[in-house]
Ligand binder design. Structure first.
Ligand code: PMP
Ligand code: GLN
Length: 376
């Protein structure tokens, strides 16, 4: 992961374009979005302000974020505790730059979303890596304690988890919360997939666990809530002292983000439950479609509890290739792009798992399944 200069997502999407491949690699939907949210943004572009909004975000969006989490997750955040950023990526950058000082240790769980490690390193932090292992990727007390020391300043945690599709349960979250409290560490909780959960699961924010709200930075993104990944509107929610530090970093990273998009996201966050339930049902159908097609083609599909992704165990599918070789061949020779999960480990990688994005139209999924069948 550390030797590659370009992220695996850009690398694979570039190869997919070059080889006219079906792209089940990078996580973005190839179907529509809520028209009313886009219309709101268009109207705001024509009639709203096109000048700098306030540095911490449009008041309407900060209020909408606080209200949204009160309604969906029973969190009691105040608008003042919300900082609007240019996507979750900037939220991560601002938070890590704000809280991690040179020499501070930061615990990361592998496989990890690709931005975490470079951001910790750029802040001068020392990454400590714990390792989740396939096929169940379970967060146990042993895994959690792998990286904690007396110098641990923060933990970057992602739930629901990209790339594994895990939604960590209450027992796993309680173990992590207990460790953060015992080691007096801040939790940077990347919850961008919070609404994309299946089979009746409900998202449990880490900050809802006893003793955690005062030490958690919760990160969200409109990209995943509205299938508008290019919009790059995200936010942090954190108690006042942490929010102050985050805003301090944010003001010199991007200062602010497009006001029209912020206004449309504020509108969208107030949508009724039917929208969120409909979205989950649509993605669950796509997940089931891809999983059934892959099983029929002889692939061993691991359970996907949330996110746009499912993982396939190549070894258990009877494929002797490592994940990188399989993915490089699949995109060049069979015309289908996937993500090799070893690219999301910095050490001791699992080399037998690939990640596929199912947030696609039925035709795209069908074409992807046929090409993966050929890639075996
Ligand atoms: N964190 C995780 C776990 C993600 O999966 C993503 C994007 N897929 C991001 C952060 C980045 O989100 P954004 O596009 O809002 O920057
Ligand atoms: N988060 C997306 C994914 O996991 C990709 C985002 C990106 O390309 N930086 O596929």
């Amino acid at each position: 992961m550390s030797e590659r200069r370009t992220t695996i997502f850009e690398h694979m999407s570039g190869l997919a374009r070059a080889h006219d491949a079906v792209n089940l690699g990078q996580g973005f939907p190839d179907f529509g979005w809520p028209e009313d949210v886009v219309e709101w943004a268009a109207e705001a572009l024509r009639t709203g302000s096109n000048q700098y909004p306030p540095m911490r975000g449009l008041p309407a969006l900060r209020e909408a974020v606080a209200e949204h989490y009160g309604r969906h997750q029973k969190l009691r955040a105040a608008p003042d505790e919300v900082t609007v950023t240019s996507g979750a990526t900037e939220a991560l950058a601002a938070t890590i730059l704000a809280l991690v000082k040179p020499g501070d240790e930061v615990l990361l769980f592998q496989p990890l979303y690709d931005a975490y490690l470079p951001l910790v390193q750029r802040a001068g932090g020392v990454a400590k890596l714990a390792r989740l292992a396939p096929p169940d990727w379970r967060l146990t007390a042993e895994v959690i304690e792998q990286g904690f020391t007396e110098r641990t300043r923060a933990v970057v945690f992602n739930n629901p988890h990209n790339p594994t599709g895990r939604a960590f349960d209450e027992e796993e979250l309680a173990l992590l919360a207990d460790a953060c409290i015992r080691h007096d560490a801040v939790a940077i909780s990347d919850e961008v997939w919070e609404h994309v959960l299946f089979d009746g699961r409900r998202h449990i924010p880490l900050s809802a666990l006893p003793g955690m709200v005062e030490r958690t930075v919760k990160i969200g993104s409109a990209g995943k809530i509205f299938s508008l990944t290019g919009w790059k509107v995200g936010w942090t929610i954190a108690p006042a002292p942490l929010s102050e530090a985050i805003a301090d970093a944010h003001q010199f990273l991007t200062f602010t983000t497009a006001p029209n998009l912020q206004a449309a996201v504020a509108y969208g966050l107030a949508k009724d439950d039917a929208y969120f339930e409909g979205m989950r049902a649509d993605f669950a159908r796509s997940r089931d479609h891809l999983a059934a097609g892959l099983r029929d083609a002889g692939f061993a599909v691991l359970p996907a509890e949330g996110t746009y992704f499912l993982a396939v165990d190549l070894a258990a599918s009877g494929i002797a290739l490592d994940d990188v070789t399989f993915c490089e061949r699949a995109v060049r020779e069979a015309g289908v792009a996937a993500i090799p999960v070893s690219a999301l480990y910095a050490q001791d990688a699992a080399r037998n798992v690939i990640r596929l994005c199912f947030a696609k139209r039925a035709e795209t999924l069908e074409a992807g399944i046929e090409r993966l069948r050929e890639a075996r």
